[in-house]
Ligand binder design. Structure first.
Ligand SMILES: Cc1ncc(COP(=O)(O)O)c(C=O)c1O
Length: 376
Protein backbone atom coordinates (compact mmCIF):
# COMPACT_ATOMS: atom_id res chain seq x y z
CA UNK A 1 0.00 0.00 0.00
CA UNK A 2 1.22 3.48 -0.89
CA UNK A 3 0.53 6.50 1.29
CA UNK A 4 -2.79 8.15 0.37
CA UNK A 5 -1.15 11.55 0.43
CA UNK A 6 1.50 10.66 -2.11
CA UNK A 7 1.00 11.40 -5.77
CA UNK A 8 3.14 13.02 -8.41
CA UNK A 9 2.81 16.65 -9.51
CA UNK A 10 4.74 18.35 -12.29
CA UNK A 11 6.32 21.57 -10.95
CA UNK A 12 6.27 23.08 -14.46
CA UNK A 13 2.73 22.51 -15.77
CA UNK A 14 0.85 21.11 -12.77
CA UNK A 15 0.11 17.68 -14.34
CA UNK A 16 -0.76 15.07 -11.69
CA UNK A 17 -0.38 11.28 -11.58
CA UNK A 18 -1.00 8.62 -8.92
CA UNK A 19 2.15 7.19 -7.33
CA UNK A 20 1.10 3.61 -8.18
CA UNK A 21 0.93 4.08 -11.95
CA UNK A 22 2.81 7.22 -12.92
CA UNK A 23 5.16 7.28 -15.90
CA UNK A 24 8.73 8.13 -14.89
CA UNK A 25 8.43 11.73 -16.10
CA UNK A 26 5.65 14.25 -16.74
CA UNK A 27 3.91 13.07 -19.93
CA UNK A 28 3.47 16.67 -21.10
CA UNK A 29 6.81 18.41 -20.55
CA UNK A 30 8.97 15.25 -20.00
CA UNK A 31 10.38 16.93 -16.87
CA UNK A 32 10.88 15.49 -13.35
CA UNK A 33 8.04 15.07 -10.86
CA UNK A 34 7.58 16.57 -7.44
CA UNK A 35 5.68 14.72 -4.76
CA UNK A 36 2.35 15.94 -3.46
CA UNK A 37 2.98 15.22 0.17
CA UNK A 38 2.66 17.05 3.47
CA UNK A 39 5.42 15.84 5.73
CA UNK A 40 4.54 15.29 9.38
CA UNK A 41 6.53 16.90 12.18
CA UNK A 42 9.77 15.35 13.40
CA UNK A 43 9.40 17.16 16.74
CA UNK A 44 9.27 13.87 18.67
CA UNK A 45 12.32 12.36 16.98
CA UNK A 46 14.89 13.75 19.40
CA UNK A 47 13.29 12.03 22.36
CA UNK A 48 12.31 8.91 20.39
CA UNK A 49 14.16 5.58 20.12
CA UNK A 50 17.59 5.68 18.49
CA UNK A 51 16.75 3.51 15.47
CA UNK A 52 19.91 3.34 13.34
CA UNK A 53 18.31 4.08 9.98
CA UNK A 54 16.84 6.88 7.97
CA UNK A 55 13.38 5.58 8.92
CA UNK A 56 13.77 7.29 12.29
CA UNK A 57 12.33 10.30 10.40
CA UNK A 58 9.32 8.23 9.29
CA UNK A 59 6.92 10.97 10.44
CA UNK A 60 8.27 13.16 7.64
CA UNK A 61 8.70 10.46 4.98
CA UNK A 62 6.22 9.57 2.25
CA UNK A 63 6.71 5.79 2.63
CA UNK A 64 6.38 5.42 6.37
CA UNK A 65 6.21 1.74 7.34
CA UNK A 66 2.68 0.77 8.44
CA UNK A 67 2.26 -1.20 11.69
CA UNK A 68 2.20 -4.96 11.10
CA UNK A 69 3.72 -4.79 7.58
CA UNK A 70 7.13 -5.98 6.38
CA UNK A 71 9.85 -3.68 7.77
CA UNK A 72 11.08 -1.10 5.28
CA UNK A 73 14.26 -1.73 3.33
CA UNK A 74 17.31 -0.56 5.26
CA UNK A 75 21.06 -1.10 5.54
CA UNK A 76 21.34 0.94 8.74
CA UNK A 77 21.99 4.17 6.81
CA UNK A 78 22.20 7.68 8.25
CA UNK A 79 23.31 9.11 11.56
CA UNK A 80 26.65 10.19 10.09
CA UNK A 81 28.89 12.27 12.39
CA UNK A 82 29.53 16.01 12.15
CA UNK A 83 33.11 17.02 12.92
CA UNK A 84 34.49 20.56 13.39
CA UNK A 85 37.04 21.64 10.78
CA UNK A 86 38.09 25.32 10.78
CA UNK A 87 36.55 28.79 11.45
CA UNK A 88 33.01 27.67 12.28
CA UNK A 89 32.94 25.17 9.41
CA UNK A 90 31.98 21.57 10.18
CA UNK A 91 31.92 18.54 7.92
CA UNK A 92 29.23 15.88 7.91
CA UNK A 93 30.83 12.55 7.07
CA UNK A 94 28.33 11.13 4.63
CA UNK A 95 31.01 8.94 3.06
CA UNK A 96 30.37 6.69 6.09
CA UNK A 97 27.08 5.49 4.60
CA UNK A 98 26.68 1.75 3.76
CA UNK A 99 27.76 2.15 0.10
CA UNK A 100 30.15 5.00 0.95
CA UNK A 101 28.18 7.96 -0.43
CA UNK A 102 25.19 10.14 0.47
CA UNK A 103 23.22 8.55 -2.38
CA UNK A 104 22.10 5.83 0.04
CA UNK A 105 19.69 8.37 1.55
CA UNK A 106 17.73 8.51 -1.71
CA UNK A 107 18.34 4.92 -2.82
CA UNK A 108 16.70 3.51 0.31
CA UNK A 109 13.51 5.40 -0.56
CA UNK A 110 13.50 4.26 -4.19
CA UNK A 111 14.17 0.63 -3.22
CA UNK A 112 11.32 0.73 -0.70
CA UNK A 113 8.99 2.24 -3.30
CA UNK A 114 10.06 -0.38 -5.88
CA UNK A 115 9.55 -3.18 -3.35
CA UNK A 116 5.96 -2.04 -2.85
CA UNK A 117 5.32 -1.71 -6.62
CA UNK A 118 6.98 -5.10 -7.52
CA UNK A 119 8.28 -4.25 -11.02
CA UNK A 120 9.92 -6.85 -13.31
CA UNK A 121 13.17 -4.89 -13.13
CA UNK A 122 14.64 -1.73 -11.62
CA UNK A 123 16.96 0.44 -13.71
CA UNK A 124 19.04 3.50 -12.88
CA UNK A 125 21.65 5.67 -14.58
CA UNK A 126 24.55 7.15 -12.70
CA UNK A 127 28.04 8.58 -12.75
CA UNK A 128 28.77 5.86 -10.21
CA UNK A 129 27.60 6.56 -6.68
CA UNK A 130 23.84 6.59 -7.26
CA UNK A 131 24.28 3.37 -9.26
CA UNK A 132 26.17 1.64 -6.47
CA UNK A 133 23.57 2.80 -3.94
CA UNK A 134 20.58 1.64 -6.03
CA UNK A 135 22.33 -1.68 -6.78
CA UNK A 136 23.01 -2.29 -3.06
CA UNK A 137 19.50 -1.41 -1.88
CA UNK A 138 17.94 -3.52 -4.67
CA UNK A 139 20.13 -6.41 -3.51
CA UNK A 140 18.85 -5.84 0.03
CA UNK A 141 15.24 -5.73 -1.22
CA UNK A 142 15.67 -8.74 -3.56
CA UNK A 143 14.89 -6.72 -6.69
CA UNK A 144 16.46 -7.39 -10.13
CA UNK A 145 18.44 -4.33 -11.15
CA UNK A 146 20.31 -2.85 -14.16
CA UNK A 147 22.62 0.15 -13.86
CA UNK A 148 23.60 2.34 -16.83
CA UNK A 149 26.96 4.11 -16.50
CA UNK A 150 29.16 6.23 -18.82
CA UNK A 151 32.27 4.54 -20.21
CA UNK A 152 34.56 6.81 -18.16
CA UNK A 153 33.17 5.71 -14.79
CA UNK A 154 35.71 4.69 -12.13
CA UNK A 155 36.49 0.94 -12.23
CA UNK A 156 35.99 0.59 -8.44
CA UNK A 157 32.40 1.82 -8.78
CA UNK A 158 31.54 -0.61 -11.61
CA UNK A 159 33.12 -3.41 -9.59
CA UNK A 160 30.90 -2.51 -6.63
CA UNK A 161 27.76 -2.36 -8.82
CA UNK A 162 28.51 -5.83 -10.24
CA UNK A 163 29.34 -7.21 -6.80
CA UNK A 164 25.86 -6.23 -5.62
CA UNK A 165 24.48 -8.47 -8.40
CA UNK A 166 23.23 -5.72 -10.73
CA UNK A 167 23.60 -5.98 -14.50
CA UNK A 168 25.96 -3.24 -15.71
CA UNK A 169 25.25 -1.37 -18.98
CA UNK A 170 28.27 0.69 -20.04
CA UNK A 171 27.11 3.41 -22.46
CA UNK A 172 29.57 4.96 -24.96
CA UNK A 173 29.84 8.76 -24.73
CA UNK A 174 29.31 11.18 -21.87
CA UNK A 175 26.94 11.25 -18.86
CA UNK A 176 24.12 12.71 -21.02
CA UNK A 177 24.36 9.74 -23.42
CA UNK A 178 23.95 7.41 -20.43
CA UNK A 179 20.90 9.32 -19.22
CA UNK A 180 19.33 9.11 -22.71
CA UNK A 181 19.93 5.33 -22.86
CA UNK A 182 18.32 4.83 -19.43
CA UNK A 183 15.31 7.00 -20.33
CA UNK A 184 14.69 4.89 -23.44
CA UNK A 185 14.88 1.69 -21.34
CA UNK A 186 12.61 3.28 -18.74
CA UNK A 187 9.72 3.34 -21.21
CA UNK A 188 9.70 -0.50 -21.39
CA UNK A 189 6.63 -1.92 -19.56
CA UNK A 190 7.39 -3.56 -16.21
CA UNK A 191 10.37 -1.25 -15.58
CA UNK A 192 10.77 0.90 -12.47
CA UNK A 193 13.13 3.78 -13.26
CA UNK A 194 14.94 4.44 -9.98
CA UNK A 195 16.04 7.85 -11.19
CA UNK A 196 17.64 10.03 -8.55
CA UNK A 197 16.81 12.99 -10.78
CA UNK A 198 13.24 12.34 -11.95
CA UNK A 199 11.78 10.41 -9.03
CA UNK A 200 11.00 12.84 -6.17
CA UNK A 201 11.05 10.10 -3.52
CA UNK A 202 14.84 10.38 -3.84
CA UNK A 203 14.71 13.98 -2.58
CA UNK A 204 12.60 12.89 0.39
CA UNK A 205 15.50 10.58 1.23
CA UNK A 206 18.26 13.16 0.78
CA UNK A 207 16.32 15.60 2.97
CA UNK A 208 17.29 13.44 5.96
CA UNK A 209 20.79 14.94 5.58
CA UNK A 210 19.30 18.22 6.79
CA UNK A 211 17.09 16.66 9.46
CA UNK A 212 20.19 14.97 10.89
CA UNK A 213 22.10 18.28 11.00
CA UNK A 214 19.13 19.91 12.75
CA UNK A 215 18.98 17.08 15.26
CA UNK A 216 22.77 16.90 15.85
CA UNK A 217 22.95 20.67 16.47
CA UNK A 218 20.21 20.48 19.10
CA UNK A 219 17.33 21.71 16.97
CA UNK A 220 19.27 24.41 15.11
CA UNK A 221 20.85 24.86 11.69
CA UNK A 222 24.11 26.60 10.73
CA UNK A 223 24.01 29.98 8.97
CA UNK A 224 25.10 28.41 5.68
CA UNK A 225 25.02 25.02 4.02
CA UNK A 226 27.72 24.37 1.44
CA UNK A 227 26.58 21.73 -1.04
CA UNK A 228 28.01 20.13 -4.20
CA UNK A 229 25.62 20.41 -7.13
CA UNK A 230 25.37 18.34 -10.27
CA UNK A 231 21.72 17.32 -10.49
CA UNK A 232 21.14 19.01 -7.15
CA UNK A 233 19.59 16.10 -5.23
CA UNK A 234 21.34 16.90 -1.94
CA UNK A 235 20.67 20.63 -2.27
CA UNK A 236 17.00 20.18 -3.20
CA UNK A 237 16.53 17.63 -0.41
CA UNK A 238 18.03 20.12 2.05
CA UNK A 239 15.75 22.90 0.75
CA UNK A 240 12.73 20.60 1.14
CA UNK A 241 13.61 19.79 4.75
CA UNK A 242 14.20 23.46 5.59
CA UNK A 243 10.71 24.27 4.25
CA UNK A 244 9.22 21.39 6.28
CA UNK A 245 10.97 22.46 9.51
CA UNK A 246 9.62 25.96 8.94
CA UNK A 247 6.11 24.68 8.27
CA UNK A 248 6.19 22.89 11.63
CA UNK A 249 7.76 25.93 13.38
CA UNK A 250 10.82 23.91 14.35
CA UNK A 251 13.21 26.60 13.04
CA UNK A 252 12.81 30.35 12.66
CA UNK A 253 15.78 31.19 10.42
CA UNK A 254 17.05 29.56 7.23
CA UNK A 255 20.61 28.83 6.18
CA UNK A 256 21.95 30.31 2.95
CA UNK A 257 22.48 27.56 0.37
CA UNK A 258 25.99 27.87 -1.09
CA UNK A 259 26.09 25.65 -4.17
CA UNK A 260 29.43 24.40 -5.49
CA UNK A 261 30.20 23.37 -9.07
CA UNK A 262 33.40 22.43 -10.86
CA UNK A 263 34.55 25.40 -12.98
CA UNK A 264 34.90 22.91 -15.86
CA UNK A 265 31.16 22.10 -15.86
CA UNK A 266 29.22 24.95 -14.27
CA UNK A 267 25.95 25.54 -16.15
CA UNK A 268 24.05 26.51 -12.98
CA UNK A 269 26.73 28.86 -11.65
CA UNK A 270 26.75 30.53 -15.07
CA UNK A 271 22.96 30.96 -15.11
CA UNK A 272 23.00 32.28 -11.52
CA UNK A 273 25.70 34.82 -12.37
CA UNK A 274 23.50 36.19 -15.17
CA UNK A 275 20.44 36.23 -12.90
CA UNK A 276 18.66 33.67 -15.11
CA UNK A 277 15.95 31.38 -13.78
CA UNK A 278 16.78 28.60 -16.29
CA UNK A 279 19.89 27.17 -17.96
CA UNK A 280 21.38 29.35 -20.68
CA UNK A 281 22.32 27.46 -23.85
CA UNK A 282 24.42 24.31 -24.06
CA UNK A 283 27.35 23.48 -21.76
CA UNK A 284 30.14 21.31 -23.18
CA UNK A 285 30.99 18.11 -21.29
CA UNK A 286 34.54 19.12 -20.28
CA UNK A 287 36.63 16.63 -18.28
CA UNK A 288 36.78 17.28 -14.53
CA UNK A 289 38.09 15.44 -11.48
CA UNK A 290 34.67 16.03 -9.91
CA UNK A 291 32.90 13.36 -11.99
CA UNK A 292 29.87 13.29 -9.67
CA UNK A 293 28.93 16.91 -10.40
CA UNK A 294 29.80 16.97 -14.13
CA UNK A 295 26.19 17.45 -15.23
CA UNK A 296 25.74 19.66 -18.28
CA UNK A 297 21.90 19.78 -18.35
CA UNK A 298 20.42 19.15 -14.88
CA UNK A 299 16.67 18.59 -15.40
CA UNK A 300 15.85 20.32 -12.10
CA UNK A 301 17.88 23.44 -12.99
CA UNK A 302 14.97 25.82 -12.46
CA UNK A 303 14.26 24.47 -8.96
CA UNK A 304 17.95 24.54 -7.98
CA UNK A 305 18.41 28.14 -9.14
CA UNK A 306 15.24 29.25 -7.34
CA UNK A 307 16.19 27.46 -4.08
CA UNK A 308 19.66 29.03 -3.97
CA UNK A 309 18.33 32.50 -4.78
CA UNK A 310 15.45 32.34 -2.28
CA UNK A 311 17.82 31.22 0.48
CA UNK A 312 20.06 34.26 -0.07
CA UNK A 313 22.87 31.93 -1.14
CA UNK A 314 25.10 31.81 -4.17
CA UNK A 315 27.16 29.56 -6.44
CA UNK A 316 30.91 29.04 -6.13
CA UNK A 317 33.08 27.32 -8.73
CA UNK A 318 36.34 25.49 -8.14
CA UNK A 319 39.26 24.75 -10.46
CA UNK A 320 40.76 21.31 -11.01
CA UNK A 321 43.91 22.37 -9.12
CA UNK A 322 41.89 23.41 -6.07
CA UNK A 323 39.83 20.19 -6.11
CA UNK A 324 43.02 18.09 -6.18
CA UNK A 325 44.62 20.21 -3.44
CA UNK A 326 41.46 20.01 -1.30
CA UNK A 327 41.39 16.21 -1.57
CA UNK A 328 45.01 16.10 -0.33
CA UNK A 329 44.35 18.66 2.40
CA UNK A 330 41.38 16.65 3.71
CA UNK A 331 43.44 13.45 3.61
CA UNK A 332 46.16 15.24 5.62
CA UNK A 333 43.45 15.95 8.23
CA UNK A 334 42.49 12.24 8.32
CA UNK A 335 39.55 12.37 5.90
CA UNK A 336 40.01 10.49 2.62
CA UNK A 337 37.22 11.41 0.19
CA UNK A 338 36.80 11.22 -3.55
CA UNK A 339 37.56 14.36 -5.63
CA UNK A 340 33.87 15.26 -6.09
CA UNK A 341 33.41 15.19 -2.33
CA UNK A 342 36.39 17.55 -1.91
CA UNK A 343 34.78 20.26 -4.09
CA UNK A 344 33.02 22.00 -1.17
CA UNK A 345 36.21 22.03 0.89
CA UNK A 346 37.99 23.49 -2.15
CA UNK A 347 35.30 26.22 -2.29
CA UNK A 348 35.33 27.34 1.36
CA UNK A 349 38.26 25.59 3.09
CA UNK A 350 41.77 26.97 3.75
CA UNK A 351 42.65 26.99 0.02
CA UNK A 352 39.73 29.28 -0.87
CA UNK A 353 40.49 32.91 -1.74
CA UNK A 354 39.14 35.52 0.75
CA UNK A 355 36.36 34.24 3.02
CA UNK A 356 33.53 33.12 0.75
CA UNK A 357 31.30 32.47 3.78
CA UNK A 358 31.74 35.99 5.24
CA UNK A 359 32.35 34.49 8.65
CA UNK A 360 29.09 32.52 8.72
CA UNK A 361 28.93 29.13 10.43
CA UNK A 362 28.53 26.32 7.90
CA UNK A 363 28.22 22.58 7.44
CA UNK A 364 29.51 20.89 4.30
CA UNK A 365 29.16 17.24 3.31
CA UNK A 366 32.10 14.92 2.72
CA UNK A 367 29.80 12.71 0.73
CA UNK A 368 31.83 10.14 -1.21
CA UNK A 369 34.72 7.94 -0.03
CA UNK A 370 38.24 8.20 -1.40
CA UNK A 371 38.41 4.41 -1.41
CA UNK A 372 36.05 4.48 -4.41
CA UNK A 373 38.37 6.51 -6.65
CA UNK A 374 41.84 6.86 -5.14
CA UNK A 375 43.75 10.16 -5.27
CA UNK A 376 43.17 12.59 -8.15
C1 LIG B 1 30.25 12.24 -4.07
C2 LIG B 1 29.19 13.03 -4.78
N1 LIG B 1 28.99 14.30 -4.41
C3 LIG B 1 28.06 15.05 -5.02
C4 LIG B 1 27.29 14.56 -6.06
C5 LIG B 1 26.29 15.46 -6.71
O1 LIG B 1 24.99 15.09 -6.46
P1 LIG B 1 23.84 15.70 -7.33
O2 LIG B 1 24.10 15.31 -8.76
O3 LIG B 1 22.60 15.13 -6.84
O4 LIG B 1 23.91 17.19 -7.18
C6 LIG B 1 27.46 13.25 -6.48
C7 LIG B 1 26.64 12.68 -7.55
O5 LIG B 1 26.89 11.62 -8.07
C8 LIG B 1 28.44 12.46 -5.83
O6 LIG B 1 28.65 11.19 -6.19
Amino acid sequence: MLEPLSGYRCPVDGTRAPAESAPWCCPHCRGPWDLDFNAGSVRAVRSGPQVPSLWRYAAALPLRPAKGTTPAVSLGEGGTPIVPMIRGISAKLDFLMPTLSFKDRGAVMLAELARRLSPQRVIADSSGNAGTAVAAYCARAGLPCEIFVPEAVTAKKTEQIRAHGAALKVVPGDREATARAARTAADTPGTFYASHVFNPYFLHGTKTYLYEIWESLGGRLPQALVLPVGNGTLLLGAALAIAELHAHRLIDTSPALIAVQSAAVAPLAHAHRLDASELLGETAAAPTLAEGIAITRPPRARQILASVRESGGTFLTVSEERIAAAQLDLAARGLFVEPTAAACWAAVGPGAPDDPLDGRSAVLPLCGAGAKTGLA
